[in-house]
Design a protein around this ligand. Structure first.
Ligand code: SF4
Ligand code: SF4
Length: 88
């Protein structure tokens, strides 16, 4: 089960309870504002970035390695993991 378009694990996110967030894949407009990664994945009709032929593109990396909001690439590794799980 994927939890986000970019690879963030919602179960590890504090906003889930704090903001009663249903998760990026289940909502149309994130409470924190428009997300270009979410928009891009959905425009391509993909489930998450890992399924994209351009993965990991500059935008995905920019978010994943952002000094304040990033997770040092953890979400990109999670995207790869989701792809491997699908392949079995
Ligand atoms: S950063 Fe964007 S793609 Fe990632 S979980 Fe948040 S809304 Fe979804
Ligand atoms: S890897 Fe980049 S181009 Fe591909 S869906 Fe994600 S944000 Fe869009």
């Amino acid at each position: 089960m994927i939890e986000s378009r970019c690879g963030i694990l919602c179960e590890e996110c504090g906003y889930r309870e704090e903001m009663n967030c249903k998760g990026c894949v289940n909502i149309t407009d994130p409470f924190w504002g428009p997300c270009p990664v979410k928009a891009c994945v959905q425009e391509k009709a993909l489930e998450h970035c890992g399924m994209c032929s351009a993965f990991a593109c500059a935008l995905a990396k920019q978010f994943a390695y952002d000094e304040k909001q990033g997770d040092e690439g953890k979400r990109l590794r999670q995207c790869r993991k989701w792809c491997e799980e699908v392949k079995g």
